[in-house]
Each structure stands twice: as structure tokens, then as C-alpha cells.
Design a protein around this ligand. Structure first.
Ligand code: ATR
Length: 303
């Protein structure tokens, strides 16, 4: 129903309907077409939204093609989010802060503006799932890959109460600390606890931190495969913790099972996906996103 198109096929789209899409490599797994088309339909806005495969070496050609074909906007998923920034005529604050672009808007003058809705989408997701703002939380982030970096940057920009970063490869976490330290340097009184801290991937060390953490976020890929263990075991989780797993397929990872066993409130990454998409829709149309229709489409597509 939503085939993956090659760049050469994009000129076959209906000429008079506004064009949107998602680029990725791979891109077949993307749920954006279902969610965005549901949104356009709910608002009675005509639109096509397609997915197209763009390997990194074709990014240059892809941007030229999308300009020529007058795409109104598009989403970008891995692996081109960082590289896409250099092709934009202007970067919104969100894209500059995240050092990556996941949403492009073509303005009335044909200029391409790059945005990033990943961080703000996550903030909205946490508010929806746990009725609390990121800035009021003490947060432990597992992982410092693309997703981990984005959420750590957002948490620091929100000036969250405390940020602990744990990564299997400590170098990546240390780089993030250097970058984020100026944002979280403050006179807040936290006793002996560091407001920004890097902790080794060690069960006892993590367990110790969890005494002074409210929200744990898994951004690692542990849990994507059926045989994967819980990224943290139930025995070190405490009932006061909110647990957020950015993975949404499977809907309930072993980590989320461990959270339930420990009596924690938890949520999976679908809410992040929903709100990132909703923010893209708002950037393109200037309208509030029809969340109910988008959520329904997302649940059906992810099932
Ligand atoms: P993404 O863009 O989705 O974040 P990524 O950049 O490949 O993907 O990052 C994957 C993250 O999962 C990294 O933080 C990685 O840790 P390393 O930096 O040490 O590679 C983490 N990860 C993957 N497998 C892991 C495992 N078995 N245990 C712990 N962390 C793991």
C-alpha cells in the first residue's frame, strides 16, 4: 500500500497535489506515511506522502530532485539526518541545537528550512505519558548513539533537574558531557550529587544512581531483537521510577516487562513517534495536529 519509491519515480506523483514524504535508508519500516496521511485527511487537506530510499551517496541528488519537484516538505530518518543540515537554506533553532534535521519545510520563496522535532516530540511524549515535564525530572539516559545524544541535548536544554548518562562505550558519553556541561552548570543546590554525571555501564553503579533518579530512558538498541535481555534488570528498578523505552517494536520489550515487575509506570516509544510527527505536521501546515486521528493510524500501523 505504501511502496518504497526510488528518486527516479518521484516525478510520477500527481502534479497538482502538494507533495510530502520521508527519506531514509532503509525506509520501508517508516510509519510516517500512515500517520501523516491520516493527519492530512482529518484536516481535509489534499496531500501525497511517499517514502523514498536515499542512500548517503545520493543525498545531494535527492535534495536537488525534491527542490525541482516542488516538494512542500519532507521528513528525514537515518542515516542522513546530520548530513542533510548542510543542504538547507536556513536552520531553525531546533535543528541547530540537535545538529541534525528530521523535518524540511519549503517556504513560499522556495527556500528549504531545516527543523528537528525529535527532542520536542520526546518532551511532549513524556508529558503525555507521565503528566510531568522533562525540566522537573532527574533523568538517566541509557545510550549515547544518535537517539541518546538527541535526548540528552534536549534534557540539558530544558535544564532538567539532573542528568545521568550511561553508555557502554564511555568515550561517547564523555564527549556529551563536555558539550552539555555549560547548559547544566548552575547554582542549584544538589548536595554532593553532580547535576550532570557520566556513569559506567555497571549494574551496581547504575543501581546506586537510581536512588536519585525519576525517569530512566532507554535509547540503546537492546530490546529490538526478541532474544535481547532487559537493558536493566527488574532487581535494580524501584517503584518510584518512570521507565521510557524508545523502542516501539516490539511494543513491550523485556525492559518494559521488568518495569512492570518492579511496579514502575512505563511507556514505549510510540508516543515519541506520534509527537515528532505531529510537530512536523504543524510546521508544514501551521495548524494544530489532529492527534486523535494520528494516534489511531500509528497504533494500527505499528500493530
Ligand atoms: P541510534 O541512532 O538508534 O541511537 P546508534 O547510534 O547505533 O543508534 O546507537 C546505539 C546505542 O545502543 C549506542 O549507545 C550503543 O552503545 P555503544 O556506543 O557502546 O555502541 C548502544 N548499544 C548497542 N548494543 C548495546 C549493548 N549490547 N549493550 C549496551 N549498549 C548497547
Amino acid at each position: 500500500m505504501f511502496p518504497v519509491l526510488q528518486l527516479s519515480e518521484l516525478n510520477q506523483l500527481p502534479p497538482d497535489t502538494p507533495r510530502y514524504g520521508v527519506m531514509g535508508h532503509p525506509v520501508a519500516h517508516s510509519l510516517s506515511p500512515q500517520v501523516q496521511l491520516a493527519a492530512f485527511q482529518a484536516c481535509n487537506l489534499p496531500a501525497t506522502y511517499v517514502r523514498f530510499d536515499v542512500p548517503p551517496e545520493q543525498l545531494d541528488t535527492a535534495v536537488q530532485t525534491l527542490r525541482t519537484l516542488n516538494f512542500q516538505g519532507w521528513n528525514c530518518t537515518l542515516p542522513n539526518k546530520v548530513a542533510l543540515a548542510q543542504y538547507m537554506d536556513e536552520l531553525a533553532e531546533s535543528a541547530r541545537a540537535m545538529q541534525a534535521v528530521n523535518t524540511v519545510l519549503r517556504d513560499d520563496d522556495g527556500r528549504l528550512i531545516g527543523f528537528n522535532t525529535d527532542g520536542d516530540g520526546w518532551v511532549r511524549a513524556i508529558r503525555e505519558d507521565f503528566s510531568i515535564d522533562v525540566r522537573d525530572l532527574r533523568i538517566l539516559i541509557l545510550g549515547s548513539g544518535g537517539a541518546g545524544q538527541a535526548l540528552a541535548r534536549q534534557a540539558a536544554m530544558e535544564k532538567c533537574e539532573r542528568l545521568v548518562i550511561v553508555n557502554r562505550t564511555p568515550e561517547k558519553a564523555n564527549l556529551l558531557r563536555q558539550e552539555l556541561e555549560p547548559l547544566l552548570h548552575s547554582t542549584k543546590l544538589l548536595g554532593a550529587q553532580d547535576r550532570l554525571k557520566i556513569v559506567p555501564w555497571d549494574e551496581a553503579a547504575i543501581a546506586d544512581e537510581l536512588n536519585t533518579i525519576d525517569l530512566v530512558v532507554n535509547t540503546t538498541s537492546v530490546g529490538l531483537r526478541p532474544a535481547d535481555p532487559a537493558v536493566l534488570p527488574a532487581r535494580i528498578l524501584q517503584p518510584h521510577l518512570f521507565i521510557y523505552d524508545t523502542i516501539y517494536r516490539p511494543a513491550k520489550t523485556r525492559f518494559l516487562h521488568a518495569a512492570a515487575e518492579a511496579g514502575c509506570r512505563s511507556a514505549n516509544g510510540l508516543s515519541m513517534l506520534l509527537h515528532q510527527g505531529a510537530l512536523s505536521f504543524e510546521i508544514w501546515t501551521g495548524r494544530s495536529a489532529p492527534l486523535t486521528a494520528m494516534r489511531k493510524a500509528l497504533r494500527e500501523a505499528a500493530a
